[in-house]
Design a protein around this ligand. Sequence first.
Ligand SMILES: [Fe+2]
Length: 262
Amino acid sequence: MTQETRPDPEARNPRRDFLGKSALGLAALGAAGLAPASASAMSHGDKKKGFDLFAAPLDGKGHYKLPELPYAYDALEPAIDEQTTRLHHDLHFQGYTSGLNNALGKLAAARDSGDFGLVQHWEGKLAFHGAGYMLHLVFFDGLAPAGSTSPSQSLRKALEKDFGSFAAFKAHFSAASRTVEGSGWGILGYQPVGDRLLVLQAEKHQNRTQWGILPLLTLDVWEHAYYLKYQNRRAEYVENFWSVVNWDRLAERLEAAKGLHS
Ligand SMILES: [Fe+2]
């Protein structure tokens, strides 16, 4: 990996600094799933092991790391079964992590050699694995054991502002997630430029996205996320997803995203 891809030691800022100017860089790159290395190198995890708002864990060389789950593999039962969580995190999320680092390394090598003959191929891999890494980061961070959290009044008010009602938000998010054609995601995102919450529907995850979105809550509707337990009953999986949303974490994420305007 070249010097350009390593985190700048000067950028190891406290959270407020990250959530100021540098977070706008993250927002701009959000659709490709890539936080700039300088923004991602902030301090991590005072509340949770392995996850932090809008920041990816990096090793000393600037490589993305697979964060440890902040709950047990069976903590989401019965909505999401232990075996699925174990495979999803340890194999699939790890695959995106390795793929992202590999793509970054190949592109760094291309810059070093000046040979960009495979740039289209590796940019595609960068988008696929980078978006996958980011969305899985938010997905696993956005879950908690059933009944352990509930939506606060301020979170409800924020959702009501842009969706009309809390029930309308859930209905919209569920419908978008249920009707993804093939593999993809339902996504609640924050659009800084309009100070607006949006529900997006992502096919795969490198297509049909938009720039400038901070993902706040994501639902993985790739078959690997639910097929062992639900088979073709995606709607049932989507409905049960709501029982394991970490509403406290969503409120924190929204508050931090809104802080971009302050
Ligand atoms: Fe997944």
